[in-house]
Design a protein around this ligand. Structure first.
Ligand SMILES: Nc1ncnc2c1ncn2[C@@H]1O[C@H](COP(=O)(O)OP(=O)(O)OP(=O)(O)O)[C@@H](O)[C@H]1O
Ligand SMILES: CC(C)(CO)[C@@H](O)C(=O)NCCC(=O)O
Length: 407
């Protein structure tokens, strides 16, 4: 393959710098057992959740570096720490969520700060190249990892940066991280009051200190539903492939948008009733006998096939990109809400916690879920949300690593 020659772009810079340092001999990985558990605490301060769409990277910045680190390690560490904590964007696609940063948390007896970083999983090659350029291959023996990518990319980590992955199950990690963050952040858990009335709708803090049993609905690329009975006792009760990835894929196809943020902005300006067929479009009002209000979506997207006197081609031409984005968001969200409700009924669980990055910058979906859970359960079920939405797996695998080292 020809070397990347585009001056100024991240890939170009990395390619140039790596060509310069390619003569460096990779360090040996030492001190790790067969599970990747490393008893040298010098660098395992990263937790990665490598998902189907996004890679979530959590970095624990200890206030004081452990004494076991040698001088050259300290220097490299300082550079990496400076790079991560002084920037909020890494290339065009990496972001640090500064608003989520957690100060004064303790991991394995050390006090420090948790930083939350994300980038698209399809940038993994560039991430590894950058990690190599920053000297990680000389320093890090182990990185804690979870999500499907911990398995898929394991060989790439070893080959490119000589890093060993300490792998943990994604749902064990999700639960461990969720409990830890909820314990350390008093305003982590909340619900939406009056979700149908924009002027009265507010985020309200929820005390989640006695959580069991509860349902977790993890809306990532796909959706997993877990019933949780204690800190360690849970089962995966259901799932659906129609999740956040479906929303983004269909939205890009229908509207020509190019990012999740753009899709959500379009949806915020759209009206799904120009696209969906409502109960009142079919009944002329409510279908009262079975409690179906006239404003309920009876059939998603089907106003585009036929509507009153207007022919379907005119109807399709009238639907804006914004309407299509909103209808896609409402369709996917309602479907997830419906599955969540059925799982909650089946498991006899009243509290449903929605997590995953589909909910990022997405109050429309959260309010819809809040409304649907409340309305269809006659107020007996509660939809709960968490501020650190998609980062629990990354935090959890880091904690599980340190638990394993300590024991
Ligand atoms: N900046 C973004 N880029 C892409 N998708 C985003 C972004 N922000 C939010 N999303 C939404 O979040 C979803 C991914 O969520 P999340 O990171 O929780 O899942 P994942 O770990 O990648 O997927 P899975 O768990 O299924 O492997 C996307 O499908 C999209 O709907
Ligand atoms: C495959 C996972 C678990 C990867 O995180 C997730 O994308 C998921 O739960 N998908 C839904 C699969 C299904 O139950 O149909």
């Amino acid at each position: 393959m020809a070397p990347h020659s585009c001056k100024g772009c991240l890939r170009g810079i990395i390619a140039e710098r790596m060509a310069m340092s390619s003569k460096e001999k990779p360090m040996e990985v030492n001190g790790t057992d067969e599970n990747g558990i490393d008893d040298n605490p010098s660098m395992p301060w990263f937790g990665m959740d490598i998902g189907g769409t996004l890679c979530k990277l959590v970095y624990f910045e200890p206030k004081d570096l452990p004494k076991s680190e040698t001088t050259s390690e300290v220097e490299t560490l300082r550079n990496i720490r400076r790079y991560l904590t002084k920037n909020s964007a890494y290339g065009k696609t990496g972001h640090r969520d500064i608003h989520l940063q957690m100060e004064n948390v303790t991991i394995r007896g050390l006090e420090g700060t948790l930083h939350f970083i994300r980038f698209p999983t399809n940038e993994m090659k560039n991430f590894l190249a950058l990690a190599k350029y920053k000297g990680m291959a000389k320093l890090v023996t182990t990185v804690c990892a979870t999500g499907g990518g911990a398995y898929k990319f394991e060989d790439d980590f070893k080959r490119e940066v000589n890093m060993k992955l300490a792998k943990f199950d994604e749902f064990d990690s999700l639960l461990t991280g969720l409990h830890y963050i909820d314990r350390h952040n008093p305003t982590e858990c909340y619900y939406w009051s009056n979700p149908t009335e924009e002027s009265k709708c507010n985020k309200v803090k929820y005390d989640f200190s006695s959580p069991y049993p509860f349902l977790i609905v993890n809306i990532g690329s796909g959706v997993s539903v877990l019933a949780v009975y204690s800190a360690t006792n849970y089962k995966r009760v259901s799932g659906t492939s129609i999740g956040g990835g479906t929303f983004l894929g269909l939205c890009c196809l229908l509207t020509g948008c190019n990012s999740f943020e753009e899709a959500i902005e379009l949806a915020a300006e759209g009206d799904n009733t120009n696209v969906d067929k409502l109960v009142k479009d079919i009944y002329g009002g409510d279908y009262a006998r079975f409690g179906l209000p006239g404003d309920l979506v009876a059939s998603s997207f089907s106003a585009l096939c036929s509507f009153g006197q207007m022919n379907s081609k005119d109807r399709r031409n009238k639907a804006t990109r914004q309407d299509l984005a909103r209808a896609t968001l409402v369709t996917i969200t309602n479907n997830i809400g419906s599955i969540a409700r059925m799982c909650a009924i089946q498991e006899k669980i009243k509290r449903v916690v929605f997590v995953g990055n589909f909910l990022r910058v997405n109050p429309i979906a959260m309010k819809l879920l809040a409304y649907a859970m409340d309305y269809w359960s006659n107020g007996t079920m509660k939809a709960l949300f968490l501020e650190h939405e998609g980062y629990f797996g990354a935090v959890g695998c880091l904690l599980k690593y340190h638990e394993a080292v300590e024991s």
